[in-house]
Design a protein around this ligand. Sequence first.
Ligand code: UGA
Length: 438
Amino acid sequence: MRKIAVIGTGYVGLVSGAGLSDFGNEVICADINEKKIELLKQGEIPIFEPGLKELVDRNVTAGRLSFTRDIDRVIKDSEVIFLAVWTPMSENGEADLSAVKEVSKTIGKNLNGYKIICTKSTVPVGTGAMIREIIENHQNDHVEFDVVSNPEFLREGAAVRDFLWPDRVVIGTESQKAMNIMREIYRPLFINETPMILTDIPTAETIKYASNAFLAVKISYINEIANLCDEIGADVHIVAKAMGLDGRISPKFLHPGPGYGGSCFPKDTHALLHIGESAGIDLNVVNAAVKTNINQRHRVIQKITQLFDEKPKGKTVAILGLTFKPDTDDVRESPAIEIIQWLLKKGVSVQAYDPQGIDNMKEKFPEVSYMESTEDAVRGADLVVILTDWHEFRAMDIGRVSQLVNQKILLDTRNILNPVDLKRYNFRFDNVGRPNVK
Ligand code: UGA
């Protein structure tokens, strides 16, 4: 088994590092963030990700996983260096590669023998070549190394499962030597017959963007169909179910809602549009998916306005769900951000509850009243808006909610509540694409 360094302990780096150590490799996760490394050394996990603590604990105890801030040292000590640093969206929508460039320089300066430099972060086509050039320019002595692209397909909230039991593993490199070492690192998955796509770097880099953008397109498509259903009296759930039964379509990612969020789809669709632009190729479908997603947030605002008969000022809204999806504490690009922003601008008081996302949202909106439970959030509310499909909201006691609210008005943007219950308790309500069940 191989000695591996993972640079960057965000959710991709941490899950990948822990997962690779679970495959039997010796892994050191490194980060410049002192606070994060200290927490990890004390056995605490800086993010909420189901199953991650158990995975980390198991491998730390087995002596295969450790944490450090000494990036120079881990580079020198490892055979394979995974880059899992962040690649946020820059102002013009392009991926910001400054962290990747910085780490590449450090790798160049510390290269003391043959190593593989492997990107896990989502990076535009051509980044592999850029990394090679930076390392070559910063090397003191000429040392052989290979660059590999090994994109991740982890979903927040299900990242541990996605790493240990992936649908596929993509490895891109032009070097047979590097490919052999990568196969060794992922040996348990080869034994399990997990599909492996062994290819070149530009193809591997493109696979990641093409996959994320396709899923974003699928969501925007079903959101548009839901909006159409709203107007023409069809039920989008039955439409999606019937569509999904066609094996060519598949039922996944056909769930309508307030539009996709998170640290990946919004950023990666914009980055792909940039890649297309640079290559002189129109990516019209991706462009439309991005526009539809922006529009979907406006649809939610429109629905809130209608439920308030155009007069939101002075009202109290209970927001249930702050994270961009359930089972995470991540609020990046969450629909809740735009909705809360709009409500506050309109003079609405917002009281919000989320099982994990409150701390992260507090930083953005200190003026919101954050509550400790659904009951506290809905108490005295003139409108309840569900924005995230947490299980605990699915199981909500509508009868109890009806006793606590000031007005029985509810917007379910995830279509998780049973309309029969809402009707029984005389709620005036709206959802996404189900006009017949209002
Ligand atoms: C996404 C991809 O699913 C992962 O494969 C990929 O590795 C990851 O991005 C990444 O690039 O790092 P993630 O952003 O964690 O994962 O979450 P998803 O489960 O894909 O959900 C993204 C957004 O789409 C959420 O806001 C979710 O609520 C929304 N969504 C998803 C829908 O509105 N409808 C659906 O049917 C599915």
